[in-house]
Design a protein around this ligand. Structure first.
Ligand SMILES: Cc1ncc(COP(=O)(O)O)c(C=O)c1O
Length: 379
């Protein structure tokens, strides 16, 4: 018998966050509107300066979305037709989509089953096999950094660039270094559900390289450094000043929110242990010194039935991601088959994201854990 539904616990409650800063956010937005200063300007500059300091990078350049950040990063590194780019098939579509959009050839390497991040043991043979690889895009999935030291030594050996997909990982640290400051270019998303989310789409690129920064800044305005003179063919991908104003307000709270996510993740792990629940969250690698838990994901047997059971109990969950990218219809021409990336396929069949947002009441979190225990006890 399904227990009568007493609670409604969403996967993410952005209204709870908004309630805590509504006046501040509205006055920041009003300030921009009153000044009629919508394109780049003061708010954007402030956000870029805050981001570069926060991420420990020399430069931060705002753009329209995390997807555009990846695309512009590839353009800045002159990657296009005839080049190959390596990434994992277990990520949000934009990681792979940006590679194809840039005209390059997409090459996948499977994930490591404990962390769900790129399996660095497979990278060397992939680089040896695919000699036209010009860049690798490791994804710091769910807020936990990929294994960067190994990747950096391999890319140095093969003369290949690194674009970090840090869309889910602002503030995450690998051996004390912040994501986005380790590779050649870091890409961030301020999509509303990210740890630092705007009131719409927005993104950011970070780099320690002065000339790449200069080029990225130009590429987001049609490749021009001087108005109406174009050195490169870029795109229109500025970060909206209204979004920058909201993000400048929110940035002050980011560390407290991250601490709330970390507390909730630790609570889940304690409850699972005490309740003897057999679900295994992907473990951050040993080199993760700060996991920021954009998602708290478990690997669950009979995942779909569990998700349905939790829905019946009023618990919101989601699947990041239900279909490994090598199996997507739009990539059929690449010739990949089911079974080519077994760990990604297994993750797609078993992963389930639970509510971990900072405002989640602790009794609700306990209720989620108890509901999972009940599912495995009953069936
Ligand atoms: C891993 C990853 N890469 C790229 C993106 C793209 O970011 P955006 O939605 O801002 O375009 C996202 C977020 O949606 C993401 O999670």
């Amino acid at each position: 018998m399904m227990q009568s539904q007493t609670r409604q616990i969403p996967l993410l409650d952005l209204k709870a966050q908004h309630a805590t800063l509504r006046e501040e956010a509205l006055s920041a937005v009003t300030r921009v509107i009153d000044a009629q200063a919508f394109i780049l300007g003061k708010e954007v500059q402030q956000l870029e300066e805050t981001t570069q300091a926060y991420c420990g990078a020399r430069h931060a350049i705002g753009c329209a979305s995390g997807s555009d950040a990846l695309f512009l990063a590839l353009l800045a590194l002159d990657i296009g037709h005839g080049d190959q780019v390596l990434t994992t098939p277990y990520t949000f579509f934009a990681t792979a989509g940006s590679i194809v959009r840039a005209g390059a050839e997409l090459v996948f390497v499977d994930i490591e089953p404990r962390t769900f991040n790129m399996d660095m043991n497979r990278v060397e043979s992939a680089l040896a096999r695919h000699r036209r690889v010009k860049a690798v895009i490791p994804v710091h999935l769910y807020g936990a950094p990929a294994e960067m030291d190994e990747l950096m030594s391999l890319t140095a050996k093969f003369g290949v660039k690194i674009i970090e997909d840090a869309a889910q990982s602002i503030g995450a640290e690998y051996k004390g270094r912040r994501c986005g400051s380790i590779g050649d270019i870091g890409c961030f998303s301020f999509y509303p559900s990210k740890n630092l989310g705007g009131y719409g789409d927005a993104g950011m690129m970070t780099t320690n390289d002065d000339s790449l920064a200069d080029k990225l800044r130009a590429l987001r305005v049609h490749g021009s450094r001087r108005r109406y003179y174009h050195e490169w063919v870029g795109v229109n991908s500025r970060i909206d000043a209204l979004q920058a104003a909201v993000l400048n307000v929110k940035f002050k709270y980011l560390d407290a929110w991250t601490a709330g996510r970390q507390r909730n993740a630790a609570l889940y792990e304690t409850h699972f242990r005490e309740m003897d629940v057999a679900v295994v969250p992907p473990l951050p690698s040993a080199s993760t010194t700060r996991h920021v838990y954009n998602q708290f994901v478990i690997r669950a047997q009979r995942r779909d039935a569990l998700q349905e059971f939790l829905r019946g109990r009023g618990v919101g969950t989601d699947i990041y991601y239900p279909l490994s990218l090598h199996q997507q219809e739009c990539f059929a021409s690449l010739g990949y088959r089911k079974g080519d990336f077994p760990e990604s396929e297994r993750a797609a069949a078993e992963s389930l994201a639970l509510p971990v947002y900072p405002e989640l009441p602790q009794e609700d979190l306990r209720y989620v854990a108890e509901s999972i225990r009940d599912f495995y006890r009953q069936s």
